[in-house]
Ligand binder design. Structure first.
Ligand code: SF4
Length: 372
Protein backbone atom coordinates (compact mmCIF):
# COMPACT_ATOMS: atom_id res chain seq x y z
CA UNK A 1 0.00 0.00 0.00
CA UNK A 2 1.33 3.47 -0.89
CA UNK A 3 1.93 5.75 2.07
CA UNK A 4 -0.03 9.00 2.22
CA UNK A 5 1.60 12.39 2.72
CA UNK A 6 1.01 13.89 6.18
CA UNK A 7 -0.19 16.91 4.23
CA UNK A 8 -3.08 14.86 2.79
CA UNK A 9 -5.22 16.52 5.38
CA UNK A 10 -8.44 14.58 4.73
CA UNK A 11 -6.72 11.21 5.25
CA UNK A 12 -4.82 12.33 8.35
CA UNK A 13 -7.92 13.91 9.93
CA UNK A 14 -9.89 10.78 9.24
CA UNK A 15 -7.30 8.50 10.90
CA UNK A 16 -6.93 10.78 13.93
CA UNK A 17 -10.72 11.03 14.24
CA UNK A 18 -11.20 7.25 14.20
CA UNK A 19 -8.49 6.85 16.86
CA UNK A 20 -9.99 9.65 19.00
CA UNK A 21 -6.87 11.83 18.66
CA UNK A 22 -7.37 15.59 18.81
CA UNK A 23 -6.99 17.26 15.41
CA UNK A 24 -5.07 20.02 17.15
CA UNK A 25 -1.98 17.82 16.92
CA UNK A 26 -1.98 18.04 13.10
CA UNK A 27 -0.28 21.46 12.79
CA UNK A 28 2.36 20.19 15.23
CA UNK A 29 3.14 17.30 12.84
CA UNK A 30 3.29 19.72 9.89
CA UNK A 31 5.55 22.15 11.72
CA UNK A 32 8.05 19.38 12.40
CA UNK A 33 8.02 18.19 8.77
CA UNK A 34 8.27 21.72 7.40
CA UNK A 35 11.44 22.23 9.46
CA UNK A 36 12.82 18.68 9.06
CA UNK A 37 11.48 17.27 5.79
CA UNK A 38 13.81 14.29 5.77
CA UNK A 39 13.14 13.27 9.34
CA UNK A 40 11.28 10.24 10.61
CA UNK A 41 7.72 10.82 11.85
CA UNK A 42 8.66 9.10 15.14
CA UNK A 43 10.72 12.22 15.82
CA UNK A 44 7.73 14.58 15.93
CA UNK A 45 7.71 15.69 19.57
CA UNK A 46 4.91 15.29 22.14
CA UNK A 47 2.18 13.37 20.29
CA UNK A 48 -0.17 10.82 21.88
CA UNK A 49 1.20 7.24 21.55
CA UNK A 50 -1.62 6.20 19.20
CA UNK A 51 -0.67 8.99 16.78
CA UNK A 52 2.85 7.58 16.29
CA UNK A 53 1.42 4.18 15.31
CA UNK A 54 -0.86 5.77 12.71
CA UNK A 55 1.91 7.97 11.32
CA UNK A 56 4.39 5.09 11.15
CA UNK A 57 2.09 2.64 9.37
CA UNK A 58 0.08 4.89 7.03
CA UNK A 59 1.94 8.14 6.38
CA UNK A 60 5.27 9.54 5.26
CA UNK A 61 6.74 12.92 6.12
CA UNK A 62 7.36 13.48 2.42
CA UNK A 63 6.06 11.19 -0.34
CA UNK A 64 7.97 13.11 -3.04
CA UNK A 65 11.67 13.70 -3.45
CA UNK A 66 13.72 16.41 -5.03
CA UNK A 67 15.13 15.01 -8.24
CA UNK A 68 17.14 18.09 -9.23
CA UNK A 69 17.37 21.84 -8.77
CA UNK A 70 18.66 24.15 -11.48
CA UNK A 71 19.69 27.75 -10.85
CA UNK A 72 19.51 30.32 -13.57
CA UNK A 73 22.77 32.16 -14.33
CA UNK A 74 21.76 35.18 -12.30
CA UNK A 75 20.58 32.89 -9.46
CA UNK A 76 17.23 34.65 -9.26
CA UNK A 77 15.31 31.59 -10.35
CA UNK A 78 15.58 27.96 -9.30
CA UNK A 79 13.64 25.23 -11.05
CA UNK A 80 12.86 22.24 -8.86
CA UNK A 81 12.17 18.88 -10.48
CA UNK A 82 10.19 16.79 -8.00
CA UNK A 83 9.60 13.05 -8.25
CA UNK A 84 6.22 11.89 -6.95
CA UNK A 85 5.59 8.55 -5.29
CA UNK A 86 4.10 7.18 -8.53
CA UNK A 87 7.29 8.05 -10.43
CA UNK A 88 5.84 11.09 -12.25
CA UNK A 89 7.83 14.30 -12.30
CA UNK A 90 6.48 17.78 -11.64
CA UNK A 91 8.15 21.15 -11.61
CA UNK A 92 8.02 24.09 -9.25
CA UNK A 93 9.91 27.34 -9.72
CA UNK A 94 11.34 29.60 -7.01
CA UNK A 95 11.68 33.23 -8.08
CA UNK A 96 13.60 35.64 -5.86
CA UNK A 97 13.19 39.40 -5.60
CA UNK A 98 15.12 41.87 -3.57
CA UNK A 99 12.69 44.66 -2.75
CA UNK A 100 15.56 46.90 -1.70
CA UNK A 101 16.70 47.05 -5.32
CA UNK A 102 13.40 48.47 -6.53
CA UNK A 103 12.35 52.05 -5.96
CA UNK A 104 8.99 52.95 -4.50
CA UNK A 105 7.95 56.60 -4.53
CA UNK A 106 11.56 57.49 -5.35
CA UNK A 107 12.95 55.66 -2.30
CA UNK A 108 14.30 52.16 -1.89
CA UNK A 109 11.50 49.84 -0.88
CA UNK A 110 11.13 48.51 2.64
CA UNK A 111 11.63 44.80 3.22
CA UNK A 112 14.35 42.62 1.78
CA UNK A 113 14.63 39.48 -0.19
CA UNK A 114 11.40 37.60 -0.72
CA UNK A 115 10.45 34.75 -2.97
CA UNK A 116 7.52 33.56 -4.98
CA UNK A 117 6.89 29.90 -5.64
CA UNK A 118 5.19 28.91 -8.88
CA UNK A 119 3.48 25.67 -8.00
CA UNK A 120 2.04 22.79 -10.09
CA UNK A 121 -1.37 21.27 -9.50
CA UNK A 122 -1.40 18.45 -12.08
CA UNK A 123 1.03 16.25 -13.97
CA UNK A 124 0.48 17.56 -17.49
CA UNK A 125 -2.74 19.38 -18.39
CA UNK A 126 -5.98 18.62 -20.24
CA UNK A 127 -6.48 22.12 -21.58
CA UNK A 128 -3.97 21.79 -24.45
CA UNK A 129 -3.36 25.51 -24.95
CA UNK A 130 -1.44 25.75 -28.20
CA UNK A 131 1.25 28.13 -26.91
CA UNK A 132 2.03 26.14 -23.77
CA UNK A 133 4.73 23.52 -23.28
CA UNK A 134 2.80 21.75 -20.54
CA UNK A 135 -0.22 21.51 -22.85
CA UNK A 136 1.85 19.39 -25.23
CA UNK A 137 2.31 16.71 -22.54
CA UNK A 138 -1.36 15.79 -22.29
CA UNK A 139 -2.92 15.02 -18.92
CA UNK A 140 -1.35 12.40 -16.63
CA UNK A 141 -2.85 12.84 -13.17
CA UNK A 142 -4.04 15.22 -10.48
CA UNK A 143 -1.73 16.02 -7.59
CA UNK A 144 -3.01 15.26 -4.12
CA UNK A 145 -3.26 18.04 -1.56
CA UNK A 146 -0.15 16.58 0.10
CA UNK A 147 1.82 16.59 -3.16
CA UNK A 148 0.94 20.26 -3.68
CA UNK A 149 2.09 21.23 -0.17
CA UNK A 150 5.25 19.14 -0.47
CA UNK A 151 6.38 21.43 -3.33
CA UNK A 152 6.28 24.27 -0.82
CA UNK A 153 8.21 22.27 1.77
CA UNK A 154 10.91 21.45 -0.83
CA UNK A 155 11.04 25.12 -1.89
CA UNK A 156 11.58 26.30 1.70
CA UNK A 157 14.93 24.51 1.56
CA UNK A 158 15.98 27.07 -1.07
CA UNK A 159 14.31 30.29 -0.05
CA UNK A 160 11.89 31.93 2.32
CA UNK A 161 8.69 31.68 0.28
CA UNK A 162 6.28 34.55 0.78
CA UNK A 163 4.08 34.37 -2.30
CA UNK A 164 2.49 31.46 -4.13
CA UNK A 165 1.22 31.45 -7.69
CA UNK A 166 -0.63 28.42 -9.05
CA UNK A 167 0.80 28.98 -12.52
CA UNK A 168 2.89 25.84 -12.89
CA UNK A 169 1.85 22.63 -14.60
CA UNK A 170 -1.88 22.01 -14.83
CA UNK A 171 -5.18 23.86 -14.58
CA UNK A 172 -5.66 24.31 -10.81
CA UNK A 173 -9.45 24.55 -10.96
CA UNK A 174 -9.56 21.16 -12.71
CA UNK A 175 -8.13 19.78 -9.45
CA UNK A 176 -10.38 21.96 -7.32
CA UNK A 177 -10.78 19.98 -4.09
CA UNK A 178 -7.06 19.32 -3.63
CA UNK A 179 -6.14 22.93 -4.49
CA UNK A 180 -8.69 24.33 -2.01
CA UNK A 181 -7.46 21.98 0.75
CA UNK A 182 -3.82 22.88 0.01
CA UNK A 183 -4.49 26.63 0.13
CA UNK A 184 -6.29 26.23 3.46
CA UNK A 185 -3.16 24.50 4.81
CA UNK A 186 -0.89 27.23 3.39
CA UNK A 187 -2.83 29.98 5.15
CA UNK A 188 -3.02 28.17 8.49
CA UNK A 189 -0.38 27.06 10.99
CA UNK A 190 2.52 26.44 10.56
CA UNK A 191 2.83 28.09 7.11
CA UNK A 192 0.67 31.16 7.80
CA UNK A 193 0.95 32.63 4.32
CA UNK A 194 -1.23 35.65 3.75
CA UNK A 195 -4.22 34.92 1.47
CA UNK A 196 -3.37 38.17 -0.33
CA UNK A 197 -0.10 36.62 -1.39
CA UNK A 198 -1.63 33.53 -3.01
CA UNK A 199 -2.89 33.64 -6.59
CA UNK A 200 -4.71 30.92 -8.49
CA UNK A 201 -4.57 31.16 -12.25
CA UNK A 202 -7.25 29.56 -14.41
CA UNK A 203 -8.25 29.44 -18.06
CA UNK A 204 -11.75 30.23 -16.80
CA UNK A 205 -13.54 27.16 -15.44
CA UNK A 206 -16.86 28.92 -14.86
CA UNK A 207 -18.54 26.61 -12.33
CA UNK A 208 -15.41 26.75 -10.13
CA UNK A 209 -15.05 30.54 -10.40
CA UNK A 210 -18.66 30.73 -9.17
CA UNK A 211 -17.70 29.13 -5.84
CA UNK A 212 -14.09 30.32 -5.60
CA UNK A 213 -14.68 33.26 -3.26
CA UNK A 214 -16.91 31.28 -0.91
CA UNK A 215 -14.32 28.51 -0.61
CA UNK A 216 -11.21 30.70 -0.64
CA UNK A 217 -12.01 34.21 0.59
CA UNK A 218 -9.16 36.65 0.09
CA UNK A 219 -7.24 34.50 -2.39
CA UNK A 220 -6.43 36.22 -5.69
CA UNK A 221 -7.91 35.04 -8.93
CA UNK A 222 -6.01 35.35 -12.20
CA UNK A 223 -7.70 34.52 -15.48
CA UNK A 224 -5.72 33.51 -18.55
CA UNK A 225 -7.89 35.35 -21.04
CA UNK A 226 -5.39 35.64 -23.90
CA UNK A 227 -8.06 36.87 -26.35
CA UNK A 228 -11.07 39.14 -26.22
CA UNK A 229 -12.84 37.30 -28.99
CA UNK A 230 -14.28 33.79 -28.56
CA UNK A 231 -13.07 32.60 -31.96
CA UNK A 232 -9.42 33.57 -31.39
CA UNK A 233 -9.61 32.21 -27.85
CA UNK A 234 -10.79 28.83 -29.13
CA UNK A 235 -8.04 28.80 -31.76
CA UNK A 236 -5.27 29.19 -29.20
CA UNK A 237 -7.03 27.57 -26.21
CA UNK A 238 -9.24 24.73 -27.49
CA UNK A 239 -10.74 24.20 -24.02
CA UNK A 240 -12.25 27.69 -24.17
CA UNK A 241 -15.04 26.23 -26.33
CA UNK A 242 -16.61 24.90 -23.13
CA UNK A 243 -16.46 28.35 -21.49
CA UNK A 244 -18.03 30.94 -23.81
CA UNK A 245 -16.68 34.43 -23.24
CA UNK A 246 -20.02 36.10 -22.36
CA UNK A 247 -20.66 33.48 -19.64
CA UNK A 248 -17.10 33.78 -18.37
CA UNK A 249 -17.41 37.58 -18.12
CA UNK A 250 -20.72 37.26 -16.29
CA UNK A 251 -19.13 34.89 -13.81
CA UNK A 252 -16.22 37.34 -13.27
CA UNK A 253 -18.69 40.17 -12.68
CA UNK A 254 -20.47 38.09 -10.03
CA UNK A 255 -17.16 37.07 -8.45
CA UNK A 256 -16.09 40.69 -8.15
CA UNK A 257 -19.44 41.82 -6.74
CA UNK A 258 -19.06 39.22 -3.98
CA UNK A 259 -15.33 39.45 -3.31
CA UNK A 260 -14.57 43.15 -3.97
CA UNK A 261 -11.17 41.93 -5.14
CA UNK A 262 -9.45 42.98 -8.31
CA UNK A 263 -8.96 40.28 -10.91
CA UNK A 264 -5.65 39.65 -12.63
CA UNK A 265 -5.99 39.14 -16.36
CA UNK A 266 -3.20 37.33 -18.17
CA UNK A 267 -2.78 37.98 -21.86
CA UNK A 268 -0.08 36.23 -23.83
CA UNK A 269 1.09 38.36 -26.74
CA UNK A 270 1.21 36.34 -29.98
CA UNK A 271 2.46 38.16 -33.04
CA UNK A 272 -0.31 38.78 -35.58
CA UNK A 273 -2.80 36.64 -33.65
CA UNK A 274 -4.06 38.74 -30.73
CA UNK A 275 -1.64 41.68 -30.50
CA UNK A 276 -3.15 44.21 -32.94
CA UNK A 277 -4.47 47.60 -31.90
CA UNK A 278 -8.05 46.46 -32.63
CA UNK A 279 -7.56 43.59 -30.16
CA UNK A 280 -6.43 46.04 -27.49
CA UNK A 281 -9.61 48.11 -27.99
CA UNK A 282 -11.74 44.96 -27.91
CA UNK A 283 -10.06 43.88 -24.66
CA UNK A 284 -10.42 47.34 -23.15
CA UNK A 285 -14.16 47.34 -23.87
CA UNK A 286 -14.58 43.84 -22.50
CA UNK A 287 -12.87 44.69 -19.22
CA UNK A 288 -14.10 48.25 -18.79
CA UNK A 289 -16.68 47.44 -16.14
CA UNK A 290 -14.38 45.26 -14.03
CA UNK A 291 -11.58 46.23 -11.70
CA UNK A 292 -8.65 44.39 -13.23
CA UNK A 293 -4.89 44.43 -13.63
CA UNK A 294 -3.86 43.19 -17.05
CA UNK A 295 -0.54 41.43 -17.31
CA UNK A 296 0.78 41.27 -20.89
CA UNK A 297 3.04 38.26 -21.32
CA UNK A 298 5.50 38.26 -24.20
CA UNK A 299 5.30 34.77 -25.71
CA UNK A 300 8.16 32.36 -24.99
CA UNK A 301 8.88 30.30 -28.11
CA UNK A 302 8.82 26.64 -27.07
CA UNK A 303 11.37 25.05 -29.37
CA UNK A 304 11.27 25.35 -33.14
CA UNK A 305 7.97 23.48 -33.58
CA UNK A 306 5.89 26.39 -32.30
CA UNK A 307 3.93 28.17 -35.01
CA UNK A 308 3.61 31.32 -32.86
CA UNK A 309 5.97 34.26 -32.86
CA UNK A 310 6.77 36.73 -30.11
CA UNK A 311 5.14 40.16 -30.49
CA UNK A 312 7.57 42.99 -31.11
CA UNK A 313 8.39 45.33 -28.22
CA UNK A 314 6.63 48.15 -30.11
CA UNK A 315 3.45 46.09 -30.49
CA UNK A 316 3.43 45.26 -26.78
CA UNK A 317 3.99 48.92 -25.92
CA UNK A 318 1.20 50.07 -28.24
CA UNK A 319 -1.18 47.48 -26.78
CA UNK A 320 -0.34 48.63 -23.27
CA UNK A 321 -0.82 52.28 -24.22
CA UNK A 322 -4.33 51.62 -25.60
CA UNK A 323 -5.42 49.80 -22.44
CA UNK A 324 -3.92 52.44 -20.17
CA UNK A 325 -4.63 55.57 -22.17
CA UNK A 326 -8.07 54.87 -23.64
CA UNK A 327 -9.55 52.57 -21.01
CA UNK A 328 -7.60 53.52 -17.84
CA UNK A 329 -6.81 49.88 -17.19
CA UNK A 330 -3.74 49.13 -15.11
CA UNK A 331 -1.51 47.16 -17.45
CA UNK A 332 1.88 45.66 -16.75
CA UNK A 333 4.28 43.78 -19.01
CA UNK A 334 5.66 40.61 -17.52
CA UNK A 335 9.40 40.37 -17.35
CA UNK A 336 10.65 36.92 -18.13
CA UNK A 337 12.81 35.07 -15.66
CA UNK A 338 14.32 31.65 -15.92
CA UNK A 339 14.16 31.22 -19.68
CA UNK A 340 17.52 29.48 -19.65
CA UNK A 341 16.14 26.78 -17.35
CA UNK A 342 12.71 26.46 -19.01
CA UNK A 343 11.18 27.98 -15.91
CA UNK A 344 9.33 30.83 -17.56
CA UNK A 345 5.59 30.97 -18.14
CA UNK A 346 4.32 28.32 -20.53
CA UNK A 347 7.60 26.42 -20.30
CA UNK A 348 6.88 24.10 -17.43
CA UNK A 349 7.12 20.72 -19.03
CA UNK A 350 9.20 17.94 -17.62
CA UNK A 351 12.16 17.56 -19.91
CA UNK A 352 14.84 15.52 -18.23
CA UNK A 353 17.03 15.75 -21.30
CA UNK A 354 17.43 19.49 -20.85
CA UNK A 355 20.63 20.49 -19.04
CA UNK A 356 19.84 21.28 -15.44
CA UNK A 357 22.94 23.28 -14.69
CA UNK A 358 21.77 26.54 -16.13
CA UNK A 359 22.39 29.88 -17.58
CA UNK A 360 20.70 33.37 -17.07
CA UNK A 361 17.29 34.65 -16.10
CA UNK A 362 14.84 37.49 -16.21
CA UNK A 363 11.00 36.78 -14.54
CA UNK A 364 7.40 37.28 -13.75
CA UNK A 365 6.27 40.60 -12.42
CA UNK A 366 6.31 40.30 -8.68
CA UNK A 367 2.77 39.54 -7.61
CA UNK A 368 3.30 41.85 -4.64
CA UNK A 369 3.99 44.70 -7.02
CA UNK A 370 0.69 43.97 -8.71
CA UNK A 371 -1.11 44.16 -5.38
CA UNK A 372 0.13 47.61 -4.46
S1 SF4 B 1 -1.48 27.32 -20.26
FE1 SF4 B 1 -2.13 26.41 -18.31
S2 SF4 B 1 -4.19 25.61 -18.77
FE2 SF4 B 1 -3.20 25.93 -20.76
S3 SF4 B 1 -2.25 23.93 -21.27
FE3 SF4 B 1 -0.70 25.20 -20.22
S4 SF4 B 1 -0.83 24.56 -18.07
FE4 SF4 B 1 -2.74 23.92 -19.08
Amino acid sequence: MAFRSVFDVGALRNEFDIAGISLQFIPQVWKHVRQNPSSNLDEVPSLPTAAYLILRTKFKAMTSSLSSAADSKDRLTTKLLIRLQNGSLVEAVVMRYDTRLGKYAGKPRPGGQRSTLCISSQVGCKMACKFCATGTMGFKNNLSCGEIIEQLVHAFQFSDIRNIVFMGMGEPLNNYTAVVEAIKIMTGPPFQLSPRRITVSTVGIIHCINKFHDDLPGINLAVSLHASDQEIRCQIMPAARAFPLPRLMESLQNYQKKSHQKIFIEYIMLHGVNDLEQHAHQLGKLLQTLEVVVNLIPFNPIGSSSSFKTSTKDDVKRFQQVLRGTYSIRTTVRQQMGEDIAGACGQLVVDVSRPMSAGSVGLLSDIEDLHM
